[in-house]
Design a protein around this ligand. Sequence first.
Ligand SMILES: Cc1cc2nc3c(=O)[nH]c(=O)nc-3n(C[C@H](O)[C@H](O)[C@H](O)COP(=O)(O)O)c2cc1C
Length: 415
Amino acid sequence: MNPAQTLAQPLKLPNGSELPNRFAKSAMSETLGTIDNRVTEDLVTLYRTWANGGTGLSITGNVMIDRRHIGEPQNVVLEDDRDMELLKAWAASGKVEGGQIWMQLNHPGKQSPKMLNRDPVSPSAVPFRKELRGMFATPRALSGPEVEDIVARFARSAELAEKAGFDGVQIHGAHGYLVSQFLSPHHNQRTDEWGGTPEKRMRFVLEIYRAIRAATSDGFNVGIKLNSADFQRGGFTEEESLSVIEVLSAEGIDLVEISGGNYENPAMAKGDGQVKASTRAREAYFLEFAEKVRARVSVPLMVTGGFRTSEGMAEAIESGATDLVGLARPLAVEPDLPKRVLAGESITSAVRPIRTGIRLVDNMALMEVSWYTRQLGRMGKGKAPRKHDRGLLSLMEVLGVMTTRGVRTRLRAGE
Ligand SMILES: Cc1cc2nc3c(=O)[nH]c(=O)nc-3n(C[C@H](O)[C@H](O)[C@H](O)COP(=O)(O)O)c2cc1C
């Protein structure tokens, strides 16, 4: 089979629904909500662009389940049906070419910047590394009833997403946000029923999964994005990740997306010069871990991070390591990449490292993320992404927007 044929194969998920091809757009936080976190037409336009570009599954950027806890200004928050009409348009736009659209649901926990949140929460009150303390406050530990409330909120948001026409939801269990904080022995030092052993640390995600299933119909897809590991001393390990995947697979989860890292070690957004030679040869950062998962369970897998050529993508599918090729940054630059590969073009993504040379900024991949966010904003306005946009410009713009919108968000919250 050539890459086009390999990647054009449909994929059946455990609940019986079918994806038309092997391209999945991984979540990218669009920050295209309004200042009070409502849905906008820009999101509708953006997801239509990706659907027209041939992506078989689009996973939205993280949608927050609680307006008091957001990760960035202009995240969308989904707590009630006030935006139902626009949500319906958003869901419909992701399906115009027969693909599916899932909503990623998230609670940032401690990774909610000071600028937006005076009262960040986490399983335990563990401070950030020194360099990040200017940006993130030490969180307070959640009470038991608060934990239960968050579980119920995930279910409520999933129910609303289904009502709007989304084909599924993805629990954001990766990148150091709340679900991943509960899984990590470094961030979760509780001794009640939510921590203390790997099984108890896993309980939070399991309860969320079960509550979402109970609140949605049988044919609705539920997936998770999970770290292969945190790459942090005392953090979530590969072995723990494998057992979470085993448990969720036994529960019937439809898709597991594999990623890695958190704000303190952003392995998910590496530049091409920052990965081992053996990883470079296979492109994607987490394929070796995916093979370990394969050896244990048969759940459909999506591997995200580092795919850059049509050949590398096809080879990852043919080798059996993954079922879906997860793409984020390549689709922020070339939204029609899947369609071109499916038409037989051999493609190397135009994605390139975006660095300032300032260690703290580069370590957090701040400019990298802001540069791509800017391209999403352009597409939301119906414009083409700009492959040679200046890095520093987008960083300054995003920092400016973060500051003014952060202040406005807090003013609205009455602080
Ligand atoms: C601008 C931007 C925003 C992102 N937002 C999210 C997000 O909301 N949720 C998430 O799970 N991952 C997010 N990611 C990480 C990507 O989904 C992906 O894991 C990472 O970029 C590696 O894949 P790539 O090499 O194809 O870009 C984001 C990445 C970028 C560049």
